[in-house]
Design a protein around this ligand. Sequence first.
Ligand code: SF4
Ligand code: SF4
Length: 199
Amino acid sequence: MEDSKGLWKIKYESDLFPEFGREIAASPGGENIFSCIQCGTCSGFCPLSLYMDYTPRRIIAMTRAGFKEEVLSSSMIWMCASCYGCTVECPKEIKITDVMYALKQRAIKEGVYPRRFLVPILAHSFFKSVWKHGRNTESHLIVSMYMKSNPFKMLTQSLLGMKLWLKGRMGIMTDSIRDKKSLQSLLQAVKKIQNGKAH
Ligand code: SF4
Ligand code: SF4
């Protein structure tokens, strides 16, 4: 197996997680991963594969081979822009984009995602805000994102934030819906269903 720098890493079979591939295959959209022919169409089509640590083709291969740690800590799954291009082009009709969602959910559940990478931080802060207030407040989201990833960058962005606020393009007051309790019950029910499916 090659690592992200193209170096070969030897792993003993006992260090792999053979059930990992089967578990992802059991997730919505993961059904066909074992029929992947490693043609590389997905990697060739992906507009972001150049910047990824592993290409989509490699992620599929590693997932089914049981390279759980490498896959879940990969930044690739968080760089996926969900354009669905690979899914449309795959000759084996593998729902690669949905597989990425399944991997992201698993990485969050196991707490192994890249901690300072912006996308999971953004996703987490967004969900927290919607859960609490029923809406997302852009300014709060940006502050939370920088505080958890790169607080120094926030200093350089604060002037821009001020300008946007003065022009009325970004609010600082918390946006909120009236019936937050109903929304929380709904989200709680979805969470329960998802947890039930994962076991
Ligand atoms: S395009 Fe489909 S079959 Fe080809 S490598 Fe990607 S996932 Fe596998
Ligand atoms: S859905 Fe994700 S992995 Fe697939 S082509 Fe788009 S960015 Fe790449």
